[in-house]
Write a protein that binds this ligand. Structure first.
Ligand code: ADP
Length: 253
């Protein structure tokens, strides 16, 4: 009997979620997309590759839990959303600054990806912002099947998004499309819609760059509150979650 061949091997696909700069909602999108893809029947896991500023333990409400290990491999941390996750946030002490140089950060990231992912089919990789060595080597080593780019409608964020696109192209990772986050602010008092970061910029940029536009997520205080509170809006089937479910459906199509 060929032991190697009988060992069950899950074909695991990685989807990278990237942005040119921080604070545009890359982690928020990653979490909610993971939950929405799970709702569509996929076995989804999360790698928080944002090793310098990990936020998935909080977003998936599993802060303070240490991953166990099997041999040399880490076992992803379970949570109430059934999205197993590995993050530097689970390995560092709370509030501890992670100040490593590139090679060490790269090694840490390898540990998170080459973990005991079991039957997880789809790994969402919440990438570090920017376009450095860590990002490039991760993509060259693990070849995500595609990358989603997040941007705000603002010109400056868009210019950064263009750089992120360039990085994925250098690594020959296909771009799945662009998501516009923080588009259109609904005033909680008067209901008027305003556009603090401009409007339609990401869609126009996607068109110019010849990539798919995957959808927009409004700037909504409820998204911030529920996300930071560890209850992702996509889980509660709230109005705020709808935008993420729509993006997941487009992604899965
Ligand atoms: P990044 O991963 O790009 O650094 P985050 O996902 O951490 O960005 O988002 C930064 C902050 O903005 C968080 O406090 C988050 O809750 C908030 N945020 C993200 N998207 C939205 C949105 N659509 N509406 C309101 N707040 C948002």
């Amino acid at each position: 009997v060929d032991v190697v061949m009988t060992a069950e091997k899950v074909e695991r696909r990685l989807i990278a979620v990237g942005s040119g700069k921080g604070g545009v909602g890359k982690s928020t999108l990653s979490t909610n997309l993971a939950i929405a893809l799970k709702a569509l029947g996929h076995k989804v896991g999360m790698v928080d590759a944002d090793i310098y500023g990990p936020s998935q333990p909080r977003l998936l409400n599993c802060e303070g839990r240490k991953p166990e290990a099997e041999g040399k491999q880490l076992i992803p941390v379970p949570n109430e959303y059934d999205i197993p996750v590995l993050s530097m946030g689970h390995l560092a002490k709370p509030g501890q600054a992670i100040a490593w140089r590139g090679p060490m950060a790269g090694k840490a990231l390898e540990q998170l990806i080459d973990a005991h992912w079991g039957d997880t089919e789809l790994l969402i990789v919440d990438m570090p912002p920017g376009t450095g060595d860590v990002q490039l080597s991760m993509m060259q080593n693990h070849k995500p099947v595609g990358a989603l780019i997040v941007s705000t409608p603002q010109d400056l964020a868009l210019m950064d998004a263009v750089r992120a696109v360039d990085l994925f192209e250098q690594a020959q990772i296909p771009i799945i499309g662009m998501v516009e986050n923080m588009a259109g602010y609904i005033c909680p008092h008067c209901g008027e819609v305003s556009d603090p970061f401009g409007a339609g910029g990401a869609e126009a940029a996607a068109k110019t760059m010849g990539m798919a536009f995957m959808g927009r997520v409004p700037l909504d205080i409820e998204i911030r509150k529920s996300s930071d509170g560890g209850t992702p809006p996509a889980y509660s089937e709230s109005l705020q979650g709808k935008a993420f479910h729509d993006i997941a459906k487009r992604l899965a199509a």
